[in-house]
Ligand binder design. Sequence first.
Ligand code: GLN
Length: 262
Amino acid sequence: MTAGDPAAVAARLRESGCVFAEDEARLLIAEAADPELLADLVERRCTGAPLEHVLGWAEFRGLRLAVAPGVFVPRLRTEFLVECLLAELPAAGCVLDLCCGCGAIGAAVRAARPDVLVHAVDVDARAVACAEQNLGPGRVHHGDLFTPLPGELRGAVDVVVANAPYVPSAALPTMPAEARLHEPRAALDGGADGTGVQRRIVAAAPNWLRPGGRLLLETSAEQSTLLVAELEQAGLDCAVVRDADLEATVVIGRRRGSAAQP
Ligand code: GLN
């Protein structure tokens, strides 16, 4: 391969099964400071690493976000979750992003609404390190769901949002190899019916939301009924919204009451 020759890089990528070989060649060439590094990046991509892990960044809602190997790569469909969130968010509101991965949701919210305060949590230290790069230090917490959060957030959060793992365990083998082999299982595996982590979020969220606050969860169309039942049981008013083009489904819960009259 001639170093830095886009046609040669694209040919190598296509040979190994990359569909968007020209686009990827352009990105990899732009990323590599020297021919040796380029050869290394191309090799990693050709042996199956996700493009975003090879580049070290992912695009999400027009932002370029750090995403390291071993960290969940933000999906295009999750931009719909951000749209829904922005529509529900009061001025200078407080957002809590659980299972934040590289912090894509929080970073996109902050880019659109710099007035907003974002706290983010992830159980995986590699994800927390990326989220700190994308969100800045101080607001990213390492631990299980609500556990590492400062107590003063109790009853004070305007929106709890999560793209928690929701793939049913039995469906994991049907996921693309890039996800199965290069993303942590804990970021994908939602247990027997896919709602294992989400149920724990739903059960605890009312303690952290202010009255009238919202809980937004990305889910699949099939699982949304299960999740709605769970939210209703937790005493939240519920709505399900979809974006057919992005194949995105979001369940929105509202804690009853209002900030003025709890
Ligand atoms: N369906 C999602 C995907 O794109 C699953 C992600 C998740 O579990 N949060 O891979």
